[in-house]
Write a protein that binds this ligand. Structure first.
Ligand code: DGL
Length: 271
């Protein structure tokens, strides 16, 4: 048993889709969430900057004596993988569990990956899948506009702009005849109904947040580190105004966030 909280971070709000899955999977855990809303997006930044932000986000969470750090952010998980490995508490990203699930799901071995530009550039999901099964064929597509569409709430299944954008992004993956698609970015699970409508039932969508929450459960169980007295309590920290965060958090988390959102200055956790 380990009643310390789990620390989760993301470049902004999107990581709340991962918190949502964590609370479903591990309802007794307490969570400290840091959303770097003052420096979002990460997905368009250089690898060095993303690695530095990842290190700083971990440093901030470690102030809370967390037992596990989860990089909910696809970009930080892909580009900052070495930073996560170097932590002296267990720290996982979304790549490994998601890659395993995709390899388990595919029949044809043809797998698509959607992510930010930085994520796609690393091919982190591809490497992780080929480690599991060397003959998989991976087709990746950077979808930067999806992040803005989701943050603006353009997620309705019949939203014409989002559908048109998604069709354009998915076209090469449809041509590649994928049977499995990794949603390798925090925001993309909110577009799952639209993506599924376009791709049809023959393509299995893999939600990186759900797979990572399951992996966190297994990891804590194996380490005998599950929480026994928690109640899914969450504390939220952001690096820009809490107001903006609370307004859109409901869409990502599926429930209202409490008033417990505080602003922190990222300068305080730089080296
Ligand atoms: N959280 C990022 C990710 O999952 C998306 C937003 C950003 O670019 O920072 O890759």
């Amino acid at each position: 048993m380990d009643n310390r909280p789990i620390g989760v971070f993301d470049s902004g709000l999107g990581g709340l889709t991962v918190v949502r899955q964590l609370l479903k999977e591990l309802e007794k855990e307490n969570i400290v969430y840091f959303g770097d809303t003052g420096r979002v997006p990460y997905g368009t930044r250089s690898p060095d900057t993303i690695r530095r932000y990842t290190a700083e986000d971990c440093r901030f969470l470690r102030k809370f004596d967390v037992k596990l750090i989860i990089a909910a952010c696809g970009t930080a998980s892909s580009v900052g993988a070495e930073v996560l490995k170097a932590q002296d508490v267990p720290a996982i990203g979304v790549v490994d569990a998601t890659a395993k699930a995709a390899v388990a799901a595919t029949k044809s071995g043809r797998i698509g990956v959607l992510g930010t530009a930085a994520t796609v550039q690393t091919d982190a999901f591809g490497y992780a899948m080929r480690r599991e099964r060397p003959d998989v064929q991976v087709f990746s597509k950077a979808c930067p506009l999806f992040v803005s569409l989701v943050e603006n709430g353009w997620i309705d299944r019949d939203d014409e702009v989002t559908i048109a954008t998604a069709k354009r992004y998915l076209q090469p993956l449809i041509e590649a005849d994928i049977d499995t698609l990794i949603l390798g970015c925090t925001h993309f699970p909110l577009l799952a109904p639209i993506l599924q409508d376009i791709l049809g039932d023959g393509v299995t969508l893999i939600d990186s947040g759900r797979e990572t929450a399951k992996a966190a459960h297994v990891l804590l169980q194996q380490a005998d580190a599950l929480c026994e007295n928690g109640d899914g309590g969450c504390r939220f920290f952001v690096s820009d105004t809490p107001q903006g965060f609370s307004d859109v958090a409901q869409m990502f988390l599926g429930r209202a966030v409490s008033d417990d959102v505080s602003m922190v200055d990222t300068a305080a956790f730089q080296e």
